[in-house]
Design a protein around this ligand. Structure first.
Ligand code: AMP
Ligand code: GLY
Length: 426
């Protein structure tokens, strides 16, 4: 089978790495790909916006299955157009992608179907939003309704900060995505991510993970797309996973069916584990980045048949086997990220690092005559397996020692919370 992966991040590299090993694969393509994906797939530059161009490419190269990595093409309906052309897809329809594409849609769905989440209100007018903030306790969370590349959320500690965030949204900082605003109660607890595959009927839980959203050690600094992750997340005990499935994920999948917009693909629930139990912070309709990297390293089974089964509605035939070990990934980013950063610096020392317990997944890289160069904000994901979180972390950081990239930085405390837990238990 010929397969195309859409995307260029560490998520897509880890998917390409996992899928390239599948006996089902004849030829693997990725668009646009990156300097690392090149090693396992044919990278081609297709215009995401131009669905006809992608369909033509698939038809001319006999690609029968497309995996859509990022949220933008999903929210723009790429999955619908490919399916219309008879091409199988991993990823939800445009309508079902509203679970990520509109925070207001998801909040209303939670309210209607009694799914635990933060209390909220929706606004299309700054005056009403400000007056809501006046009447509710701090901290308070202000969110642009639409896709804002992870930058549309402000946890405001003061009313001034809240009002500034409201003005930013309505002032056009996030374009159309900020034309509507969701304001919600600030949840307290530990965050975790829970992933399931679904074909709309069967729900196949994958694994749990924990991300590190802030740029600097000690969870300080600005929010990023994620500076590191590990799987499993110890806070997600068997009982907590069952509650998440029963109270949040299953009712959502059923609600989507009832609304006539069945969800097919991976549903990523961003959770707050509160004193009352799991509450939904947000849904994503694609794999997390860098969470996907740790999931792929832990997965023993071939992921490709499972991804296809979400399209074919045959997920009830799929079983996946996981390593019991912990996988941990550390993101190396360009200095300045998530703000302005330079591109084009040379990265050396990458040869010979990979072994069964270590994979270096590329994100923003490109390969030219001189070697691998930085070409984005998040650049490399150093990913390792260990019997404990500490072991996985030590292996990831030992690997980083061997990489020479003065223009990059990374957090030095990925996994700190789980390691503290391991130490307390010992
Ligand atoms: P989101 O883009 O909705 O995932 O929000 C980004 C981050 O903001 C989340 O990962 C949380 O750390 C934080 N966050 C969002 N909503 C809330 C909330 N209601 N209470 C506390 N933290 C939140
Ligand atoms: N790492 C967070 C995300 O992929 O949304």
């Amino acid at each position: 089978m010929n397969v195309l992966i859409i995307g260029s991040g560490g998520r897509e590299h880890s998917l390409a790495w996992a899928i390239a090993k599948s006996p089902v694969i004849s030829h693997l393509y990725c668009s646009p790909g990156n300097g690392g994906i090149e090693k396992v797939a044919d990278c081609i530059d297709l215009n995401f916006q131009d669905h006809k161009e992608i369909i033509r490419f698939c038809q001319s190269t006999n690609i029968t299955f497309v995996i859509i990595g990022p949220e933008d093409p999903l929210v723009n309906g790429l999955a619908d157009d490919l399916r219309q052309a008879g091409i199988k897809v991993f990823g939800p329809s445009k309508a079902a992608s509203a679970l990520e594409g509109s925070k207001g849609f998801t909040k209303d769905l939670c309210r209607k179907y009694d799914i635990p989440t933060a209390n909220y209100a929706r606004f299309d007018n700054p005056g009403h939003a400000r007056s809501y903030v006046e009447r509710h306790p701090l901290p308070i969370v202000i969110k642009a309704d639409g896709l804002a590349a992870g930058k549309g959320v402000t946890i405001a500690m003061s009313r001034d900060e809240a009002n500034e965030a409201i003005d930013d949204c309505f002032g056009g900082r996030f374009g159309q995505a900020g034309a509507e605003v969701v304001i919600e109660e600030c949840l307290v607890g530990e965050e975790a991510s829970f992933f399931v595959l679904t074909d709309g009927e069967t729900i196949l839980p994958l694994a749990t993970a924990q991300d590190h959203k802030r740029a600097f050690d000690g969870d300080k600094g600005p929010n990023t797309g994620g500076m590191g992750a590990y799987s499993p997340a110890p806070v997600m005990t068997g009982a907590m996973c069952r509650r998440t499935l029963d109270e949040i994920v299953k009712p959502t999948i059923e609600a989507m069916n009832e609304l006539g917009i069945p969800f097919q693909g991976v549903l990523y629930a961003g959770l707050m584990i509160t004193e009352e139990g799991p509450k939904l912070i947000e849904y994503n309709v694609r794999f997390g980045d860098p969470e996907c990297q740790v999931l792929m390293l832990r997965l023993k089974s071939d992921i490709l048949p499972a991804l296809i089964a979400t399209n074919d509605k045959t997920l009830d035939h799929i079983e996946l086997e996981w390593r019991q070990q912990t996988a941990l990934t550390v993101v190396m980013a360009a200095r300045g990220y998530p703000g302005a950063y330079e591109k084009g610096s040379l990265i050396t020392g990458l040869e010979g690092l990979e072994r069964p317990e270590v994979q270096v997944f590329h994100a923003g890289t490109l390969r030219d005559d001189e070697g691998i160069k930085a070409n984005g904000g998040r650049v490399l994901n150093i990913t390792a397996l260990g019997d404990t979180v500490r072991e996985a972390r030590d292996l990831a950081y030992d690997t980083i020692e061997q990489i020479n990239w003065p223009e990059g930085f990374n957090r030095n405390d990925i996994g700190w919370r789980a390691i503290k837990g391991e130490e307390n238990a010992a």
